[in-house]
Design a protein around this ligand. Structure first.
Ligand SMILES: *Cc1c(COP(=O)(O)O)cnc(C)c1O
Length: 390
């Protein structure tokens, strides 16, 4: 009993979700039915965006959003390497080049000054990521984009429920902003995503390209541009509508678990906790990621936690240190010192809305013991060391 596995993530799914899905099954219309437009309308209202387009994943949403702002072959897009690999992969789908700039050591988001310094004549867009649900400094990115004539696409896949210091909800600023609904996200449809936009022309383009390039008013035999199948089924949209109805509750529960962690992890020497909300920013809690004390053997820590039934994961590895990106772009390590240091120390702990106080207590007790006893390893910025390659 006491050693029951504590998973990294766990969705909240109940009778409402079951009912919503069964209703779609019984209707016989499993896709391109009424649930899509309803989910889009409710989601847009929720984040304060004029419009939204439902898509099959966050990755698909990033791809279509980048196409919609005109990113194409040979363009450069400035983004963060401290993100899920999808942010950079989506840029490569269009044969554009991801240009990684370093992050802010506190918020772990793309640093606007580093991003501006990375602008070249080929730069087409900036793709800030609201990492771990902490809002990126969009007001500053918008100033930079305006100054240099660049487009913006926001990767908001981890940031549902977050709010900017100027009071606007993440995803509601009018830049195409992409959300993801994989099972560990704040809201899940199993797989799925949403792009919020302000410009009706951008929505029309995304809606067409998610559906093989068909214009909304066209018969199914005519297509006026190349498209994809990035549609989200009515089953998934029904699930999303049910999840939206309990979103506030789930977000509050996540914040409560984060507060429990914060209270009980205080005082472990050298351990860094997620930054507190500052200057009016509000995090939409997604994961609880700590930075282990410098030199701690992270793999050993993961193994010790696992032995006690506590899942954990090195999270996130820096994208530019992954073998595909190294081989393709020749990174050697050391290019992004803050990102690399953070990536080498980061560990995600179990975190989900229904996590109990005693589960948090167990995870913390084990971590405290492990950190106190952990053998240390010399730290290196090089990706060639075992520390960085999990
Ligand atoms: C989850 C996530 C995505 C999208 O993931 P999908 O699995 O394609 O929905 C993109 N970027 C970040 C930062 C994410 O966390």
């Amino acid at each position: 009993m006491g050693n029951e596995l504590i998973p990294l993530a766990q969705p909240v799914l109940g009778r409402a979700e079951e009912r919503a899905v069964v209703e779609v099954l019984r209707s016989g219309q499993l896709s391109l039915g009424p649930r899509g437009a309803e989910f889009e309308r409710l989601f847009a209202a929720r984040v304060g965006a004029p419009l939204a387009s439902a898509v099959s994943s966050g990755t698909a949403g990033l791809h279509l959003a980048l196409r919609a702002v005109g990113v194409g072959e040979g363009d450069e897009v400035i983004t963060s390497s401290f993100s899920f690999v999808a942010s950079a992969n989506a840029i490569l789908y269009e044969r554009a080049r991801p240009v990684f700039a370093d992050i802010d050591p506190t918020t772990l988001n793309l640093d606007p000054r580093a991003a501006e310094a990375a602008i070249t004549p080929r730069t087409k867009a900036i793709l800030p990521v609201h990492i771990f649900g902490y809002p990126a400094d969009m007001a500053e990115f918008e100033r930079i984009a305006q100054r240099h004539g660049l487009a913006i696409v926001e990767d908001a896949c981890e940031a549902l429920g977050a709010r900017h210091r100027d009071g606007r909800t993440v995803g509601g600023r009018g830049n195409p902003a992409v959300f993801g609904f994989y099972a560990n996200k704040q809201l899940t449809t199993g797989e799925g995503g949403m792009v919020t936009v302000a410009d009706p022309g951008v929505k029309e383009m995304i809606d067409s390209e998610r559906n093989q390039g068909r214009a909304p008013d066209m018969g199914w035999l005519d297509h006026d541009r190349l498209g994809f199948n990035y549609r989200l089924s009515d089953i998934a949209c029904a699930l999303g509508i049910a999840q939206l109805q309990r979103l506030d509750e789930m977000l509050e529960a996540r914040a409560r678990v984060a507060a429990l962690y914060r209270g009980s992890l205080a005082g472990i020497e050298g351990l860094e906790l997620p930054c507190e909300d500052r200057d009016g920013d509000k995090r939409g809690w997604f994961v609880f990621v700590v930075q282990l004390p410098e030199g701690t053997d992270r793999d050993g820590t993961v193994r010790a936690l696992a032995a006690a039934g506590v899942q954990s994961k090195p999270y996130l590895p820096a994208i530019h240190t992954m073998s595909f990106y190294r081989d393709r772009f020749g990174y050697e390590g050391g290019e992004l010192p803050i990102c690399e240091t953070v990536a080498a120390r980061s560990l995600a702990l179990p975190f989900f809305p229904e996590m109990t106080e005693s589960q948090v207590g167990r995870a913390v007790d084990v971590l405290r013991g492990v950190v106190a006893r952990a053998p240390t390893k010399p730290f290196s910025h090089s990706w060639k060391t075992e520390t960085l390659l999990d």
